[in-house]
Design a protein around this ligand. Sequence first.
Ligand code: PBG
Length: 324
Amino acid sequence: MIRPRRNRKSPAVRALVRETTLSASDFIYPLFVHDKDVDEAIESMPGCTRWSLAGLVREAGEAHALGIPAVVIFPAIADALKTSGAEECYNNSGLVPRTIKALKAAHPTLCVITDVALDPYNADGHDGLVRADAKGELEIVNDETVEVLCLQALCHARAGADIVSPSDMMDGRVEAIRTTLDSEGHPDVSILAYTAKYASAFYGPFRGALESAPKAGDKKTYQMDPANSREAIRETLLDEDEGADMIMVKPAGPYLDIIAQVRETTTLPVAAYQVSGEYLMIKAASQDGWLDEKAVVLESLTGIKRAGADIILTYFAKDAAKWL
Ligand code: PBG
């Protein structure tokens, strides 16, 4: 008789037939930084911290020692520095360049990734520049934004970033950033493109962490409609063509079908971002003991990897690396 259970009969046999394994080397650890001397708990993301520069360097070092190869930095910018032109995003002595330099000095083998988008710096809270159109309605302008994103990416590259990661969803930005980096002497800086980034309600806690929510309107004219999957294929083909080194799907858990389709579409490495809302759901449910946090975290990450992700961005990276 054919008995599938024979392949599940012991831990040893299960280990032999296991198709997906998680490892600390799969993770990118997102870290929040602010320009203050104190480490501050983030109310909207229990267990996460807005780090001081020194705190962030320490945390990144602990994560790296656990086998995590990379961190991605998200800055909380003081309100006084936010403008409608988001100029602070390419200030060479700004918070992000200083963070990159401190991280590379303390941990030379750590891969430092930066987020390229205007929302932390933009008085409007949008990822792109906001202008009134002829009718007086607000629009997020594409091509002018891309010019600023190129300045931002270049600023990060000059400070020593290994990978820049455009999360803004403007058209044509991967090619523009690639061209800028190449012509300015940074051909080795990689681009991890947020390729299929959906207009998701699961980003809410993150916007709380950075106080970066849009002041007016939503992000639906640039981030993708959660109802669409063919569009993710289109974006993947475009970003690959424009010179992306890695492709990202975001969020991860509710978009496993997209991860699987993108995996089939490209030979590039595929990353998936388990976003703040996914983190918060597991955190909140485990705080009261309703869910077993460790088991659920590892299962959710295994599912993301099984769907086809090579790389996972997760706020659980450090915990998961310890548990593994
Ligand atoms: C903004 C950005 C967002 C996230 C990463 N980069 C928020 C947004 O697009 O509104 C979300 C990450 C998360 O929710 O964990 N460019």
